[in-house]
Design a binder for this molecule. Structure first.
Ligand SMILES: [Zn+2]
Length: 297
């Protein structure tokens, strides 16, 4: 909790108008409960989403080995099921490097069929990636009794193996890295990204949600956070549309690649932050340039 929010809560308590909700006592906890047994875990790397209920624990993404261990130690406060599932939203290392810890803890690992190959490719020949034992191509339903999880593949977007993971009962959707919330995204052209496909996906998923749907994002600007609603998907869609249009207009006007890509912000998207050169607008524009000039489909 921010200090300003804490002081506000304290002020309300002193007048007796508010009882602190349970989570307020766990301000340092990386765990956050959303609703109906679904929550998030934020430490290092992509946001973990989790469901704990009945006889089951289902987890989306595994971060790194050390944080995966901390997750497994802490999740016992929320559930102790024996049906254990780990879903990899896509192959990137900040979402899959904790896989060995989950496998050793007895979790079965599930992902889109493209993910094991991309994961092995990204760790290189010298290492053996711990990859999904179970894969799917279009959609996969996981019935946990109290909760049904549906994985959907919508085609190339952030990579060529992104799942959108819906918790039907809780009405929560984990987007993996399909949303960087007000953060310049990583657009992995070598990993099969398609910006046009990504734009279409965000619109499709936003249209399939309602105003009560809570979305979980792989990454977020600290001010805007890693959860939100469908309007955040549409904002991301509009940003990617601007990236593509800016690049296409530059190409059509005969500008050089450098002229097109040396732009560090768009006036229409003042909230986007760049935590490093790796996640920056010039990088995004370079990816768009490659997407438009190298990908013919
Ligand atoms: Zn990613």
């Amino acid at each position: 909790m921010k200090r300003s929010e804490f002081l506000k809560q304290l002020a309300l308590i002193s007048t007796g108008t508010l009882i602190l909700p349970r989570f307020s006592y766990k301000t340092d906890s990386p765990f956050r409960e959303l609703r109906n047994g679904v929550g998030t875990f934020s430490m290092r790397g992509g946001t973990i989403g989790w469901y704990a209920g009945g006889d089951s624990i289902a987890v989306v993404d595994s971060q790194y080995e050390d944080t995966a261990s901390q997750f497994l130690n802490g999740i016992t406060d929320y559930g102790d099921g024996t049906g254990l599932t780990l879903i990899n939203s896509h192959h990137h290392g900040d979402h899959t490097s904790g896989n060995p810890i989950f496998r050793d803890a007895g979790y079965r690992i599930v992902a889109h069929e493209e993910v094991p190959r991309l994961q092995q490719q990204s760790v290189g020949d010298g290492a053996n990636a711990v990859t999904a034992q179970e894969t799917y191509s279009e959609s996969l339903d996981i019935d946990l009794g109290h909760e049904q999880i549906r994985l959907r593949y919508h085609g190339r977007a952030h990579t060529s193996g992104d799942s959108v993971i819906r918790f039907n009962n809780a009405n929560n959707i984990h987007m993996g890295d399909l949303v960087f919330n007000r953060l310049y995204p990583f657009i992995d052209i070598d990993g099969g990204a398609s910006i046009a496909g990504w734009i279409e996906l965000l619109e499709t998923v936003a249209n399939g949600a309602d105003s009560d749907t809570i979305f979980i994002f792989g990454h977020g600007n600290p001010e805007f956070g890693v959860t939100g609603d469908y309007s955040d998907l549409l904002h991301m869609r509009d940003f990617l549309t601007k990236v593509l249009e800016h690049t296409q207009e530059g190409i059509d006007a005969g500008k050089s690649r450098e002229e097109i890509t040396e732009v560090h912000s768009f006036d229409e998207f003042p909230d986007f932050v760049s935590p490093s050169d790796f996640l920056s607008l010039p990088r995004n524009l370079n990816a768009a340039y490659r997407d438009l000039t190298e990908n013919s489909d």
